[in-house]
Every structure is written in C-alpha cells, then in structure tokens.
Design a protein around this ligand. Structure first.
Ligand SMILES: [Zn+2]
Length: 381
C-alpha cells in the first residue's frame, strides 16, 4: 500500500502498488521482466471496509517482454486475486457469492458493488469449486426439466425473435444414493454427450443401464457416449404415454359419437380425471361408477379398452418392484400385448365383448385388480 487519502466526498481512496514478484512474470513465457514500459492505474472494486466508502487505485506496471523467442511484446501486472481484465477483486466476488448462498436474491447481494451477471458468475464459480465430481453410477437417469414459461427475446440485429432456452437436462443416480449428479443446459444431444464426456472414460464405463424418457435425442446421445450401456424407458414416462393414449381415444370416441368436443354432460368427459388415476387409488364405488358410466356412454368400448391397456401396462411395470421375476413378467406382457386373448372383456384391439347389461363385469380378467364392484341397477339412461 502506498497511501490513503480522503477525497472531498468522504471516500477513502487507497493507492496500492503490486507487492508480488510473480506479477512481473510474462504470462506467455513466464520469464520475469524488469523492463518497464509504462505505468497504469486501474480501479478494481474491493470489499467494503468500515462505514465510509473505500476506493482502490492500483498503480500497475506494464512491462516489456525481452525474451527473443516470446511472441508477447508487453504485458501488465496481474495477480490471481485480480486477473487481467477483472474489475472486481476475488474477495469481493466470494463475499457476494456467500451472500447469494445465504439466500439473498442476486440483485440484493450485488447491489451497489457489481452487476448481476458478474454476481451470477461469481456464485456459479464458488459453488462449482465446492461441488464434488459425481462418483460412478451403475444406473443413470436422464430427464428433462423445464424452468418457467417459454420466453422470447429480440435477436441481436433487432429483426426477429429468438426463443430462450428454458429446458435443462438432469442426470440422476437411480440405483445409488447420490441423487442429482448434475445438469446440462438444454436438451440437445451435444449437451448430453458433453456432460457425459466430462466425467471421463472410467466413469462412463461404469454405467450399465441408462433410463430415459422415450426421446430420440437422449437415445442418440447415450448411443454415442455410452455405447455399452443398456437403454431402458423410464416407467413414469411410459405411464404418461399410456395416459395420453387413453385421453386421445376418449377424445376420438367423443368426436365419432357426437361430432364435437367433450362437455360436462358427457360421462367420459366428466370421468376424464378418474380414468387417469391408478386403479388401486379408486374406491370400489368410484370404479363402479366410472365403469358403468363408460359402458353406457361408449358403445364401442374403446375408452374402457384403452383404460384396461393402461392398467395392464402399469401392472406389467409393477413387476419390477416385486423383483422382476421372469415368469411374472411374461404373464403380464402377454396380458398387455395387443391381440392377447382376454375372454369376456374388451381386448386391446378394441373389439368389444362386453357383458352388458348388468353393470361392471365380474370377470377378473376384465380388470387389473380384484375387488368385484357391486353390480348396479340399470338407470335407464
Ligand atoms: Zn514473454
């Protein structure tokens, strides 16, 4: 430190010079230089100290590199705390990052000392340094998450609009206890491959199974980065697809029967949420009403057929939770596969074999679980 002067507005101005020998080393060739070209003053922002504002004036030296083999002609002093081009000291960055980590909004934590992007970068740098590299995993889950609503911003030339990236890809340890392993921006193949490659070959070799949603991008990324791993579809996404198929069937049937969208007076529309609920989460009364209403409302039986297919898929997937025994899986797979004979109830091909009238079918094969709903007297609707 050279001297401290108090400016007219009460700001203490601290004049400093470099007290680090290595600052005179050429960043290109590393040779120390004593050939001063000129002196410059920079104003790095530093941690506030005391009550009155503090301003730092760093009187830097610009050296000439005299090494004949070096391409660098001149360089200015820099120290690790304030690298070349940095306008904020390392300790101020860490201070703001700590305030963000304590839960303050970034805009509050950086107010008056640095801009939002600098504060954000400081926080990312601070937490990245503390995050351990994930340990190898045997079963890797890859899934996407959307953050907020889609947003659009002007292109740089102001002529058009560009959509901001709101998706990110999460990597999860599905068999171990590590939980969330990391995230990659967006959901492109390149980003997924880059994240996996960053882990190193030994880490990638340890991955035996990768669970993804049925998505061609992730599949391609895994095939490239983890060619040895077995790809499996995530249960959650399969059930979601089955639910979507059921909804599509319901809408299609309504159009075929009424030539319009569903409305509150349609039993199929009124029961649309119940249709998507798992069978085991319906009370016997709820199931009975849903079943009977749909038998009445849909003479094609397509909606109930789709519902049964959805529930058979869920039962097939549930085999995994019971240990994944091969005979149980093959039985369930047979039940689920379209065309498999399921006497006495609508099969997955949509050919109705209903036992109307008389309320819910009592044949166990009609339903994915056993309780036989009480027969219901015809309502004459
Ligand atoms: Zn040099």
């Amino acid at each position: 430190m050279q001297r401290v002067v108090r400016a007219a507005d009460g700001v203490r101005v601290v004049h400093v010079v470099t007290d680090e020998e290595t600052a005179a080393a050429c960043p290109e060739c590393g040779v120390l230089s004593s050939s001063v070209r000129q002196r410059r003053t920079t104003r790095p922002r530093d941690l506030p100290y005391g009550e009155a504002p503090l301003a730092v004036r760093w009187h830097k030296v610009q050296y000439a590199c005299r090494e004949t083999a070096c391409v660098r002609r001149a360089f200015t002093e820099q120290i690790p705390e304030v690298p070349a081009g940095a306008r904020v000291t390392g300790r101020l960055r860490r201070h703001v990052a700590g305030r963000v980590a304590d839960g303050l909004p970034v805009s509050t934590a950086c107010a008056g000392v640095m801009g939002w992007p600098t504060a954000h970068a400081a926080f990312v740098a601070a937490v990245t340094a503390q995050l351990p590299d994930p340990e190898p995993v045997a079963v890797l889950g890859i899934d996407e998450t959307r953050r907020g609503k889609p947003r659009w911003t002007r292109t740089e030339d102001g002529q058009g609009w560009v959509k901001l990236e709101t998706f990110e890809t999460n990597f999860v340890d599905l068999a171990g206890a590590q939980g969330l392993l990391g995230q990659a921006s967006g959901r492109t193949k390149a980003n997924v491959v880059a994240w996996l490659d960053e882990r190193g070959q030994a880490w990638k070799d340890a991955v035996a199974v990768v669970a993804i949603d049925p998505c061609a991008t992730y599949r391609a990324a895994v095939a490239e980065a983890l060619p040895h791993a077995r790809i499996v579809a995530d249960h959650f996404h399969l059930v979601r697809l089955a639910n979507q198929a059921l909804t599509d069937v319901r809408r299609g049937v309504t159009w075929d029967l009424h030539g319009r969208r569903g409305r509150a007076s349609d039993p199929a529309w009124a029961r649309r949420r119940r249709l998507l609920r798992g069978y085991e989460r319906l009370t016997p009364e709820q199931f009975t009403r849903m079943w009977n209403d749909l038998v009445d409302a849909d003479p094609t039986s397509k909606i109930l057929t789709a519902w049964i297919a959805k529930e058979e898929l869920r039962r097939l997937l549930a085999c995994a939770r019971r240990g994944g025994h091969r005979h149980e899986i093959s039985t369930r797979l047979h039940r689920f596969t379209p065309g498999a004979p399921t006497p006495g109830c609508p099969n997955s091909n949509g050919s109705p074999a209903r036992s109307r009238p008389g309320g819910p079918r009592s044949k166990a094969s009609c339903r994915p679980a056993s309780p036989t709903p009480a027969p219901r007297p015809p309502t004459g609707r």
